[in-house]
Design a protein around this ligand. Structure first.
Ligand code: SF4
Ligand code: SF4
Ligand code: SF4
Length: 312
């Protein structure tokens, strides 16, 4: 009998769902053994009955529940709780779900500041306003999934690579726990490392890294960090290149920004990166700011409004 799978997107951009589709023809293999009973990105299934005549939010029973996105408002929370109630096994899919992702950068601000910045300060619309009606009420912060419901499997990535989504679904259908990469990006990066050298300061982001040409093999290009360019590879979980390829940004000659979250699920990319810099002899004061070290992992109360921004 096919394993029932339900999928939900909360504070999500839908990139994780695109990654499910990016399994390509392998999706057909999955569909032979898995029955998607609920996946709003692809199937029209209404929360309150197909005619809108239901009295409460309802998601079908499923063996596996995939949830992308963190929890930012009361609707997300209600849907997440319903998924937990209806699914035997919950997978936090993507870094927004596992660590807050980019949306958790909002945790550096109060709700009022966030709304003002989105709808008033930064808008080019002369009739600026802050929406107050007909939208779900904000929670006080952007939460990772496991801060509100129990999670059985963490699958970070922005988005997780289709190879790993496929492997995880196949394993779960067979009743096994999937094995996900537990290394750092540096462990899978082919760039040339020559040792610490005399580098003491980070270079400005605007300065391009040194390499001969786009045709130069990656193993001939010196590691970004050794060139003085901030690269989050040491503190970021490997896997973005899938089973075969090096980290995606490194392949494009761009430093890693940390989108797979910390190497260990409970790691702190900010602290770990400051340690990595210090242990390489780099003065951490040469970093222009520290918040962006938590660009993808600011949930779990790692990013908070600074005290003077707090409102009564
Ligand atoms: S993890 Fe990335 S791709 Fe997935 S929902 Fe969040 S921002 Fe989108
Ligand atoms: S710091 Fe960046 S460039 Fe250097 S080895 Fe790690 S991932 Fe590769
Ligand atoms: S190299 Fe880093 S930022 Fe780029 S896709 Fe991979 S984990 Fe994400």
């Amino acid at each position: 009998m096919a394993v029932k799978v339900a999928s939900e997107w909360l504070n999500s951009c839908s990139g994780c769902e695109i990654s499910i589709l990016d399994m390509g023809e392998r999706l057909l293999e999955v569909l032979k053994v898995a029955d998607f009973v609920h996946i709003p990105a692809l199937m029209d299934h209404k929360y309150f009955g197909q005619q809108g005549d239901g009295t409460h939010l309802e998601i079908p029973q499923a063996d596996v529940g995939l949830i992308s996105g963190g929890i930012r408002n009361e609707e997300h929370l209600e849907v997440a709780r319903e998924m937990r109630k209806k699914c035997q096994f919950i997978v936090a899919l993507g870094t927004c779900a596992t660590h807050g992702g980019i949306p958790a950068l909002t945790n550096s601000y109060s709700n009022r500041q966030t709304l003002e910045r989105c709808f008033a300060t930064e808008t080019t619309d002369a009739n600026d306003f802050s929406p107050a009606e007909s939208i779900p009420v904000f929670l006080d912060a952007c939460y990772a999934l496991d801060e509100k419901i129990e999670v059985d499997l963490y699958m970070p990535g922005c988005p997780p690579h289709p190879d790993h989504i496929f492997a995880a679904l196949v394993a779960l259908v067979e009743g096994e726990l999937p094995e996900l990469p537990g290394k750092s990006n540096c462990d899978t990066c082919p760039t040339a490392r020559e040792g610490k050298g005399n580098l003491k300061q980070l270079r400005r982001f605007l300065q391009a890294p040194h390499y001969q040409s786009a045709a130069e093999p990656l193993d001939k290009m010196r590691c970004f960090l050794e060139q003085g360019i901030l690269c989050m590879g040491p503190v970021t979980r490997a896997g973005c290149g899938g089973d075969e390829r090096p980290p995606r940004c490194i392949s494009a000659r761009v430093p890693c920004r940390g989108c797979y979250g910390p190497v260990k699920p409970d790691g702190n990319q900010q602290l770990d990166m400051l340690n990595a810099l210090a242990s390489n002899g780099i003065d951490i004061k040469s970093l222009p700011e520290f918040t962006s070290l938590l660009r993808f992992s600011g949930a779990h109360q790692l990013l908070k409004p600074i005290p003077k921004q707090k409102e009564v």
